[in-house]
Design a protein around this ligand. Structure first.
Ligand code: PMT
Length: 402
C-alpha cells in the first residue's frame, strides 16, 4: 500500500503526548493520518498540535455540524485502511468491549471494516484488573489486535506494565497489519499447544506449551487471506477470529485431526509441542498413594510431522524444533530426518523465547542449509516472518519446477 489511510484515535491518558510523535512517524512513513480525539484527550493535548503534525483536520465531536459535514464519521470509518487507538485508556477499552458508540471515536471504531489496533496505556494496577483483562480478551475475540503495553516507570509514579510502547514500535505493528492479503490461495493447517497424555482420570503427562506461537501463526495466516484450520491441544487461549479450530487432547487425536485435513491442505505448520511418549496405559480409576515408589512405562507416540513428511505431495510441511542444546545441529537433523520443507529452530532456553511468553527468537532453516536468525520479537511478528519465508520458498520452488 503506497499511502495507507490511518485513522488514529487518541483517548485521554497522560501518554497522549506520545501520540504526537506517533503521528509524526506515521506521516514520515508515507501514511495519510486522520486523528480522532476524545474530549478527555483534548484536555491533555490540543487538537491544533495533531492537526499541524498530520496536516489534516482533527475530528473531536460526533454532534458538530461543521465537523460532520466536513469529515463525517462514516467517511472516516470507510476511508481507514487501519484504525489505531493509542493510547487506549481502560475507559475506552471497556466501551469498545461493550460495543458502545457514545462518542465520535467509539462510533468510528464500531463502523469501520478496517483492522483495529488497540494500544493500551494506563496504571499498572488498572491494567492488571481482571475486568480490564476481560475487556481486552473480548476485543481480541472480536478480531481486534491488542498490542502489549510496555513496562517501566509510569507517569503515576509506579513501576510496572502499562506504558505506551515506543511510537516506533507502534508504527512497526501498524505496518505489519497493513500487509497485503497474499495467502488467499492457501489452505493452511496449524497445530498449537501441548498434547496431554493421561495417566489416570485426573492426571496427565504434558509440557509447558501455551499455544501462543501456533495461535499467532493461525491468526496471521487468516488475516492474510488463507483458509485456516487450527488443530489445538488444550490451551487457555480464545479461538482466533476467522479460523476453524479443532480441539484435541492427545497426540493420537492430534494425528487424526491433522491427517483428516492434510490431503486438501497446501501447507502445514507444526508448532504444537507433541509428547514424544505416553504412558503405556492409563489407569481407569485414580491411582492411590501407597507410600512406595512407582514405575511407569512409556511408549512412543506417533511422530505426526514425520508422517506428513513421508506422505506429502504438493503440500509444504513446516516443522518446529524446540531445543535446549546444539540448536542448529539438532534442527538440521530434524529437518532432514522428518523430510520437512522448512524448519523453525527455537532455542527455548533463551530469555524471551520459547514456551509461554509473548515473544520468541527463532532461526528459519531451509533444505539448502540457509539459516536466517531472527531477533527476539512478538510471536505475532515471528508468525508473519514465517509466512513471508514460506511464500518466498513456494515461489522459488515454483520457479525451479518451471
Ligand atoms: O506454545 P508456546 O508457549 O507459544 O511455545 C511455542 C513452542 C516453543 C511450543 C514452539 O515455538 C515450538 O518450538 N514448537 C515445537 C515443539 C516441539 O515439540 O518440538 P520438537 O523438537 O520436540 O518436535 C519437532 C517437530 O516434530 C515439531 O514440529 C513437533 O510439532 C513435531 N512432533 C513432535 C513429536 C511428535 N510426536 N509428533 C510431532 O509431530
Amino acid at each position: 500500500m503506497e499511502k495507507p489511510n490511518i485513522v488514529l484515535g487518541v483517548t485521554g491518558g497522560i501518554a497522549c503526548y506520545k501520540a504526537l510523535e506517533l503521528v509524526r512517524l506515521l506521516v514520515q512513513d508515507s501514511c495519510d493520518v486522520r486523528v480522532v480525539m476524545t474530549r478527555a484527550a483534548a484536555e491533555f493535548v490540543t487538537p491544533l498540535s495533531f492537526q499541524t503534525l498530520s496536516g489534516s483536520p482533527v475530528a473531536t465531536d460526533l454532534f458538530s455540524l461543521t465537523q460532520e459535514s466536513e469529515i463525517g464519521h462514516i467517511n472516516l470509518a470507510d476511508r481507514a485502511d487501519l484504525m489505531v487507538v493509542a493510547p487506549a485508556t481502560a475507559n475506552v477499552i471497556a466501551r469498545l468491549a461493550a460495543g458502545i458508540a457514545d462518542d465520535l471515536l467509539t462510533t468510528v471504531v464500531l463502523a469501520t471494516r478496517a483492522p483495529v489496533l488497540v494500544v493500551p496505556s494506563m496504571n499498572v494496577h488498572m491494567l492488571e484488573h481482571p475486568l480490564v483483562q476481560a475487556n481486552l480478551a473480548k476485543l481480541r475475540n472480536a478480531g481486534y489486535h491488542v498490542m502489549e503495553a510496555a513496562s517501566g516507570y509510569l507517569a503515576c509514579g509506579y513501576e510496572g506494565k502499562g506504558r505506551l510502547p515506543e511510537p516506533q514500535a507502534i508504527v512497526e505493528e501498524a505496518r505489519r497489519l497493513l500487509r497485503p492479503r497474499d495467502l488467499t490461495d492457501e489452505r493452511i493447517v496449524v497445530t498449537a499447544g501441548p498434547s496431554r497424555e493421561p495417566l489416570d482420570p485426573v492426571r496427565f503427562f504434558s509440557n509447558r506449551s501455551s499455544g501462543k506461537m501456533g495461535y499467532a501463526l493461525a491468526r496471521a495466516a487468516a488475516r492474510r487471506g488463507a483458509q485456516v484450520t487450527l488443530v489445538s491441544g488444550p490451551t487457555a487461549l480464545s479461538a482466533p477470529e476467522g479460523v476453524r479450530t479443532v480441539p484435541v487432547v492427545t497426540a493420537e487425536e492430534m494425528r487424526e485431526a491433522v491427517l483428516a485435513e492434510f490431503d486438501s491442505a497446501t501447507a502445514v505448520f507444526m508448532a504444537a509441542a507433541v509428547a514424544d511418549y505416553r504412558p503405556r496405559s492409563a489407569a481407569g480409576t485414580k491411582m492411590k498413594r501407597n507410600g512406595k515408589a512407582i514405575r511407569l512405562e512409556f511408549v512412543p507416540n506417533p511422530d505426526i510431522v514425520a508422517e506428513l513428511g513421508a506422505r506429502k505431495r504438493q503440500q509444504i510441511v513446516v516443522g518446529f524444533a524446540a531445543e535446549t542444546e546444539s540448536l542448529m545441529e539438532n534442527a538440521r537433523a530434524k529437518l532432514h530426518r522428518k523430510n520437512l520443507d522448512l524448519l523453525v529452530a527455537n532455542d527455548v532456553t533463551q530469555e524471551g523465547s520459547g514456551f509461554d511468553v509473548d515473544t520468541n527468537a527463532v532461526t528459519l532453516l531451509d533444505r539448502d542449509g540457509t539459516a536466517t536468525p531472527l531477533p527476539v520479537m512478538s510471536k505475532d511478528a515471528v508468525a508473519d516472518r514465517i509466512h513471508d519465508w514460506f511464500l518466498q520458498y513456494k515461489n522459488q520452488s515454483r520457479r525451479r519446477g518451471a
